[in-house]
Write a protein of this length. Structure first.
Lengths: 333, 307
């Protein structure tokens, strides 16, 4: 053990020596996937108080000047140079690919292999804080779900929707990292459906002109405003915070209530027809919703976020109405 | 091509078909509303308002209960309760205001007894109480039924839900006999079958009082000669009662027997919820014996099945 620690120290010193003149000692927060809509919001909320480093494959077009952005793939060894030449105080991992159109191999490599690489560097450079944005979808909607799932509930989201398996794998990797490396404060956030300017499935679904629903089904749903998720991420960055936290937004409501708030007409479709039509539309690329996701408008997948409220001090600031209406606000081109 | 045709179709659906359909629905609803009011009296609205007090802006509680929906179901069960079965309710003020488990005998082939107990607690108790019962998980996969159950305050039967409801100081109705009780043939009427132990563990864990309830009159609503269990298994049902009256036109409805519901005084138990089955069984036996003696007393008191 002592030897391990010694060699670790040795290696670290050598790395320091090699780049002694370029190392920046001001502690920084590294945000992966910073160019996503959520990443940008995190960066804007953070950059005035702390040094922010962004990592993303995509260019950061309207970047605030004081944010350092590296346009690279997390999986590449070049990312390591960022760790070598900067003092990273925390990592916010948002760089998870949700695109169900991407090939399974690419999806898996990006999400799982990329995250494993990141974890390696977290251990090697002894990053004191890691915040991972997972999702309440890892529990998965199901007819035998309790009304409110706690953080201990099994992650069964992949049972009917296999594309979500790598997101579950990322969550599990983060969990085992949490236990194996107590020297790093690992925080896993599992928010419910995030609504806002983000381009995720639930927001896109609510933006449809006529919203298809399933005839005879009107499950209770929970939604959370993107700003509230950003606030939770900032809370998670505080020293001393660690653990897994569900994040629910304002009070739950039936799906039909959300549509009523938006004033959108709905088109109820019997489930068998909806499932076969959607899978066909998906195949011909007319729809961006994979058919198994229909379960989200059929069964409950709600969480109990008492732990986040107690230990994180999290409380949603937006009302249900504000949260739902956010999908129509300032649409990005 | 396909997207433009689809959007056109959706536009027609939104602009032309939908308003007409909505208008028809609104008219039908107004009519039903007025019927409901005449059936249940003005007092009913006050009761609905009372139970809606704690609901958020969406008018629905976290478990999906919506009084605006439930009142339609209540109108139907109120008809059964007041007109069809002319229920006699005894000792309803024994049901306390906080968390409570209501344990009753289950009978009558079709679970009308549960609906009548719920209706009695809503219409006859002051202040009214909403009762939650646990429904089969499988029911959640059925369109309309899943929504209907949820809006009427029924929840999926998993222990987490029961615990959470009791922590919210709600009332839960449990039939510990389950399908064994409800599908008893006529020859076994008013003899309690085996009780499950789950409700007692739940009561011990959450320190919840138990109100024993005896329902007299439901056994005669459908006369079942036997339970063809193997046939039931074949079609995937928990029981398969043989009810000859269903073959006679007009007798598909339950017979208009007189229901008598007795609410007993709350029983309190203490102990370790994870104790051996034998220890828990002793406590369950106390509840079972109380209900059986309440049933026997009720049977002795009644002058006839139909009045």
């Amino acid at each position: 053990m002592a030897i391990d620690m010694a060699t670790g120290k040795l290696r670290r010193n050598r790395a320091k020596d090699a780049t002694a003149e370029t190392i920046n000692d001001e502690p920084a927060v590294l945000v992966t996937g910073i160019v996503g809509r959520l990443g940008k919001r995190v960066a804007r909320n953070l950059h005035r108080e702390r040094r922010v480093i962004g990592v993303d494959r995509r260019p950061f077009v309207d970047k605030p000047k004081d944010i350092e952005h590296y346009e690279i793939d997390v999986r590449r060894t070049k990312t390591r140079d960022i760790f070598r030449s900067n003092r990273i105080a925390a990592i916010v991992h948002l760089g998870v690919m949700h695109d169900p159109r991407a090939s399974a191999a690419e999806h898996h490599s990006w999400n799982v292999a990329g995250f494993q690489k990141l974890l390696e560097w977290v251990t090697q450079y002894r990053i004191p804080k890691l915040v991972v944005l997972s999702s309440a979808n890892v529990y998965g909607p199901s007819p035998d779900n309790p009304q409110f799932l706690t953080e201990e509930a099994p992650l069964l989201g992949g049972a009917s929707f296999s594309e979500i398996r790598d997101l579950i794998e990322v969550d599990m990797l983060a969990q085992s990292f949490f236990w194996k490396h107590p020297e790093t404060e690992t925080v896993i956030l599992r928010p419910v459906h995030i609504l806002g300017t983000v381009r995720n499935a639930p927001s896109n679904y609510l933006r449809l002109k006529v919203v298809p629903t399933l005839l005879g089904f009107d499950p209770m749903v929970q939604v959370v405003h993107e700003e509230d998720v950003v606030r939770a991420i900032l809370l998670a960055l505080r020293p001393g915070v660690r653990g897994i936290f569900n994040l629910a937004g304002p009070e739950p409501a039936p799906l039909s209530h959300l549509l009523r708030v938006l004033g959108r007409p709905s088109l109820p479709v019997p489930h068998p027809i909806a499932a076969s039509t959607l899978s066909r539309m998906w195949r011909y690329r007319v729809s961006s919703f994979p058919a198994p996701e229909l379960d989200h408008i059929r069964y409950v997948c709600m969480v109990d976020d008492a732990r986040a409220r107690r230990e994180l001090g999290y409380e949603p600031s937006k009302t249900l109405e504000e949260t739902v209406r956010a999908v129509d606000e300032d649409r990005w081109p | 091509m396909a997207p433009s045709a689809l959007s056109k179709l959706s536009e027609i659906a939104a602009n032309d078909a939908l308003p007409v359909a909505l208008d028809a629905v609104h008219k039908a609803r107004a009519q039903i509303d007025s019927w409901v009011r005449t059936m249940l009296g003005r007092d009913f609205d006050e009761r609905v308002r009372y139970v809606s007090q704690s609901l958020g802006p969406s008018g629905v509680d976290p478990f999906g209960f919506d009084p605006e929906w439930a009142k339609y179901a209540l109108a139907v069960t109120a008809f059964l309760h007041r007109v069809w079965f002319r229920t006699e309710v005894h000792g309803i003020q024994n049901v306390p205001s906080g968390r409570v488990l209501i344990i009753a005998n289950h009978s009558g082939q079709v679970p009308i007894d549960g609906a009548i107990i719920g209706t009695a607690l809503f219409l006859d108790r002051d202040p009214p109480r909403i009762i939650r019962s646990m429904v089969e998980k499988w029911s959640q996969t059925l369109p309309f039924i899943s929504t209907f159950f949820g809006r009427c305050g029924q929840v999926v039967g998993v222990p987490e839900n029961a615990r959470r409801l009791l922590e919210r100081e709600e009332a839960i109705l449990v039939f510990p006999e389950g399908s064994r009780g409800i599908s008893k043939p006529f020859s076994q009427r008013y003899r309690l079958t085996d009780f499950g132990l789950g409700f007692m563990r739940l009561a011990l864990e959450t320190d919840t009082p138990i109100v024993p309830v005896a329902v007299v009159g439901a056994e005669e609503q459908y006369i079942s000669l036997a339970n063809a269990r193997s046939l039931g298994k074949l079609v995937g049902m928990p029981a398969f009662p043989v009810i000859p009256q269903l073959l006679v036109p007009g007798l598909q409805l339950p017979l208009p027997t007189k229901y008598r519901i007795y609410f007993g005084e709350p029983l309190r138990f203490s102990g370790d919820p994870d104790d051996d089955d034998a220890v828990i069984e002793e406590k369950v036996w106390v509840v079972k014996a109380t209900i059986q003696s309440m049933i026997n007393r009720g049977l002795k008191d009644r002058k006839g099945i139909f009045w």
